[in-house]
Design a binder for this molecule. Structure first.
Ligand code: ADP
Length: 255
């Protein structure tokens, strides 16, 4: 196996995982990076979703392309200082598919860790694709010490089934589980204020108790989250007073 990368200039390496797609994993990764950056930390965000990168869209830099100088890749900067790297910055068009098998994916992931001018960072947040495939394994095999995994799920049974696989994957690869987030947890009607638990509520916390893991908190279904993702600005920046932003503040404090 290839030698692992120490990445000495990066203090904390955190992966964001989910068992299934569409549960809000990239949303969490982007907002976690943005919030830590807002707090004054030096932060990098590595979009490891090779086949379905959504970080650039969520940060409003879909059209950005890497300036590559002498083998060094300069990350795209989201002002004031968030450093972002995604396969999307290498594609001719944003709808160009990446049709690669394992070895190519390993090679680009290695380059993103080795050749990118990350500088000194307090946090590198790594957005993994859903599930436990090549990309997650590559990161686990390439980085000498991953500080932990934040795992995102909705409260639905179908999501919980696969979240247990992510937990076991992390355990097998000796990645400490920082904790779990329940996303899309309840919806407060803007007219009557009543809460509707569209996908259920509390199931992720229950799994945490069962598996002796830390529960990091709930994020409600919130139009502010969906809209800011489409608009290209993290909800913690665009809508700091929203219910989801306030819920997220409590989550970030526990990470
Ligand atoms: P994943 O990375 O797990 O595939 P995404 O972060 O891309 O999921 O989220 C999927 C979609 O759901 C996006 O359009 C996003 O804006 C939306 N979304 C995520 N979390 C919420 C939420 N709490 N409320 C409303 N929409 C959300």
């Amino acid at each position: 196996m290839a030698e692992k990368l120490e990445l000495k200039g990066i203090k904390h390496k955190i992966v964001v995982m989910s068992g299934k797609g569409g549960v809000g994993k990239s949303t969490v990764a982007v907002n976690l990076a943005a919030k830590l950056s807002q707090k004054g930390y030096k932060v990098g965000l590595l979009d490891c979703d090779i086949h379905g990168p959504s970080v650039p869209k969520m940060l409003g830099v879909e059209g950005a392309r890497f300036p590559v100088f002498d083998e060094t890749i300069e990350p795209v900067i989201i002002p004031p200082s968030l450093k972002v790297v995604s396969i999307a910055f290498l594609l001719p068009e944003s709808d160009t598919p990446v049709i690669w098998r394992g070895p190519m994916k390993f090679s680009i992931t290695k380059q993103f860790l080795e050749k990118v001018d990350w500088g000194d960072l307090d946090y590198l947040i790594i957005d993994l694709p859903p599930g436990t495939g090549d990309e997650a394994l590559n990161i686990a095999h390439l980085i000498a010490s991953i500080d932990g995994a934040v795992i995102v799920s909705t409260p639905q049974d179908v999501a919980l089934l696969s979240v247990r696989k992510s937990i076991n994957f992390a355990k097998k690869l000796n990645i400490p589980v920082i904790g779990l987030i329940e996303n899309m947890s309840g919806f407060a009607c803007p007219n009557c204020g009543k809460e509707f638990n569209v996908f259920g509520k509390g199931n992720v916390e229950r799994v945490c108790k069962e598996m002796d893991l830390r529960f990091l908190g709930y994020i409600p279904i919130d139009p502010a989250v969906a809209e800011s993702g489409d608009y290209g600005e993290p909800f913690v920046v665009k809508y700091p007073e929203s219910a989801s932003s306030k819920a997220f503040d409590g989550i970030v404090d526990k990470v």
